[in-house]
Every structure is written in C-alpha cells, then in structure tokens.
Design a protein around this ligand. Structure first.
Ligand SMILES: O=C(O)C(=O)C[C@]1(C(=O)O)C=C[C@@H](O)C=C1
Length: 268
C-alpha cells in the first residue's frame, strides 16, 4: 500500500513511512496529508505527532482533531541530525522548525550569530542548501549527496531524540484492538474541575495516560480541545466504560475515538 507523507524525499517522515508502506508519496504539509486521507484521495498517511525534545507537532494535532481519520499504528523513529552544506562558508541555517528546535543548544554554542530560518521540512532545507552555498541544512546525514558535505553529525541536543508518528487511514479502518488508544475531546462546557472529571474515568480503572495535550479550540481564548492517549485498547471493558463516562461529561461537545493501535520502533 502507498502512504502519503511530508516530502520531499529524505525527510524523517519518509523514513517512518518507508517502514510501514510498500511505496511512499509526498505532500507539502501535515494538513494536506490528513485532508487527503479524510477525503479518500489517499488510503494511508504518516504524520509526526510529538518529539522527545520539542514536544507536539501542533499542525498534525489540529488536523487530526478536524479530519475524519483513524490512527492505525504508531511508529517511533530515532532522530539524529547532521549539519549539511556545500562548505563551512554558510550564512544561514534552514530546517523544519522542529529540527531547529531540537538543535537549539548546538546552534547557540557553535553558530550564535547565524540566522535560523524555518522551512517546510528537513529535506526541503537540503534542497535549498544544494542550490545555494550560503545555506546550511539540518537533516538526516544520508541527504548529503552531490556537492553537499556533512559538516557535523549528532547535533541534536540529546542523543535520546525520537519522534513519534501516527499511521492514519480512513475512519472505516479504525480498530478497537491495540495496546494504546487516542481520543480527542471537545467538552463543549467549562466549569471548575472539568479536566479532573475528564481524567478520573481513566484513573478509576487503572488506565495509564501516556499523553494529555490541550489545543486551543479556536473559538475563544481559554477554550480547549483535549488530546488523550491511554495505554489500553477499546476492546477492553474498562476503556469502553471510561469512554462512556467521558461522552456523558462532554454531551454538549464531542468525543472522537481515533483508534486503538500498536507501536513499532525503528532502529537507528
Ligand atoms: O522535516 C522532516 O523531516 C519531517 O519529517 C518533519 C519532522 C517533524 O515535524 O517533527 C519529523 C521528525 C523530526 O522531528 C523533524 C521534523
């Protein structure tokens, strides 16, 4: 099966997608990937969700909350960045904002006066460095082909750097079995203790939460949609019971079960 992911060739998303699909096609943004799967134009997509240093990939979270898709698997990819350019004589560093953030301490230490410019992906910054000697890229070292050189390796601020991706498909492919599940909750109400009430159904049943993220609903300041990951499948009674309680609490809003899924870890 073909998977749509963030391009061009050579992104970390490309590495994640290659591990789960027979072939890979490329899009320009996470929103475009989720839209293509939600509308049926593509059967599989692979989007980054969170990084161990920089945190959430907010564009992916907001697209998942808006689009009708299912999460089928999570893929954990080790991220080891290289500094890539035609020579040491570069004047600016470009990369995806996540990669610039993951290498912040390195750049502060070694290139404090060099401009940092975000572009759509790490591989896009490599294309730019290939065309322009004044630009250095931050990307996987395998991208340093032709006139490009790897000026430094392992420039991420922690060696344990990993990014978590979701493999997504149409809502009809949603599964109830898996070691983890993801929900998006728009409570539609606001009162003291609401967040506590939303979490208690999981705590009461000994269900471990692995992520809780508040994203602005976009309606007004202070109004949030919650992304919740738990270590349990929806085929378990305890998860179904917890979800029923949350649905009752959010009866003026909505709850979306994005799916239950297992984890795949890629080697370095
Ligand atoms: O630009 C890329 O290579 C991507 O696949 C995107 C992305 C991200 O959005 O987090 C994926 C993994 C790394 O954390 C850096 C960038």
């Amino acid at each position: 099966m073909d998977a749509l992911t963030l391009g061009p060739e050579g992104t970390y998303s490309h590495r994640a997608a290659s591990a789960v699909a027979d072939s890979v096609s490329f899009a320009e943004s996470m929103t475009a990937i989720v839209d293509a799967v939600a509308s049926g134009r593509h059967t599989r997509g692979v989007v980054p969700i969170e990084n161990s240093i920089e945190g959430s990939v907010t564009e992916s979270l907001d697209a998942l909350a808006a689009g009708q898709v299912a999460v089928l698997e999570e893929v954990i990819v080790p991220i080891r960045h290289a500094l890539i350019a035609q020579s040491e004589a570069f004047e600016s560093v470009e990369s995806h904002s996540q990669a610039l953030g993951q290498s912040r301490e390195y750049l502060d230490r070694h290139y404090p006066d060099v401009d940092r410019d975000p572009v759509a992906s790490t591989a896009r910054s490599v294309e730019r460095a290939r065309e322009d000697a004044s630009i250095a890229a931050i990307a996987h070292p395998d991208n340093a082909t032709d006139a490009l050189q790897v000026l430094d390796t392992d420039i991420q601020d922690r060696d344990s750097n990993v990014t978590r991706f979701f493999v997504i498909g149409p809502s009809d492919d949603r599964r109830d079995a898996g070691s983890k599940s993801t929900f998006v909750v728009d409570p539609g109400v606001d009162h003291p203790g609401l967040l506590l009430e939303l979490l208690e159904p999981f705590a009461d049943r000994d269900i471990n939460l692995t992520r809780l993220e508040s994203r602005p609903s976009g309606r007004e300041l202070g109004d949030y949609v919650f992304h919740v990951d738990v270590e349990a499948g929806l085929n378990e009674d305890r998860t179904r019971d917890a979800l029923a309680e949350i649905e009752a609490l959010a009866s003026d809003g909505w709850v979306r079960h994005l799916g239950s899924y297992d984890t795949r870890r890629l080697d370095e």
